[in-house]
Design a protein. Structure first.
Length: 194
């Protein structure tokens, strides 16, 4: 899969699957993120061995990773992770991170859209996102997309600085997500990608 997309500022980007040989470029993307953006990620993305293992985990068929590139440089990373447990086979967890200079240009929405299409192919019914309480911007974006907060667990996770944080779990039914995206983005290029 290679899709050419145009951001709100006119920049042309390519959305494609993450490849094994993308490790160095992915490490550059992660290291260029401001520390405040890396602080609330679930793993230390500056640890090359951990990132390498995540790429290898894609071979299980339960994790699908997409990247966005501008002039060959990774500017966004997204994942859809499926549970290996029977009781959660209808669920998929979504994660997206966009380089600071490409935020608010429609790239996050494009990444969510492409992960949505993957979720449909994999017969996901319920999409889950998890984040820490300080991630207010992410919470706003996902609420706008129809996600609702299902659970808040106090002091459940630790950020990259080792400080305990509340975990927020949000969900949306895949059909409801599509309806919200169609309504919110009917004037954009969303519908042509259907």
């Amino acid at each position: 899969m290679n899709k050419n997309e145009t951001l709100k500022d006119g920049k042309k980007v390519v959305i494609r699957e993450l490849h094994d040989n993308d490790l160095e470029e992915l490490m550059k993307f992660y290291s260029d993120l401001p520390p405040v953006d890396r602080k609330y990620l679930r793993i230390d993305v500056t640890n090359k061995e951990i990132v390498k293992q995540r790429i290898k985990f894609m071979k299980t068929g339960r994790v699908f990773r997409l990247v966005a590139l501008y002039k060959g440089k990774i500017i966004a990373d997204g994942a859809l992770e499926l549970s290996g447990e029977d009781w959660q086979k209808h669920q998929g967890e979504l994660r997206v991170i966009v380089a600071r200079s490409y935020q608010k240009k429609g790239l996050g929405t494009i990444m969510v859209r492409e992960l949505y299409f993957l979720a449909v192919k994999k017969k996901v019914e319920l999409v889950v996102v998890k984040m820490m309480r300080p991630q207010k911007g992410a919470q706003r974006i996902f609420r706008k997309l129809g996600f609702r907060e299902e659970l808040l667990i106090p002091d459940f996770v630790k950020d990259q600085e080792g400080k305990k944080q509340d975990l927020i779990v949000m969900t949306v039914n895949l059909k409801e997500l599509w309806e919200e995206l169609e309504e919110s983005y009917s004037d954009s290029d969303w519908r042509r990608c259907r």
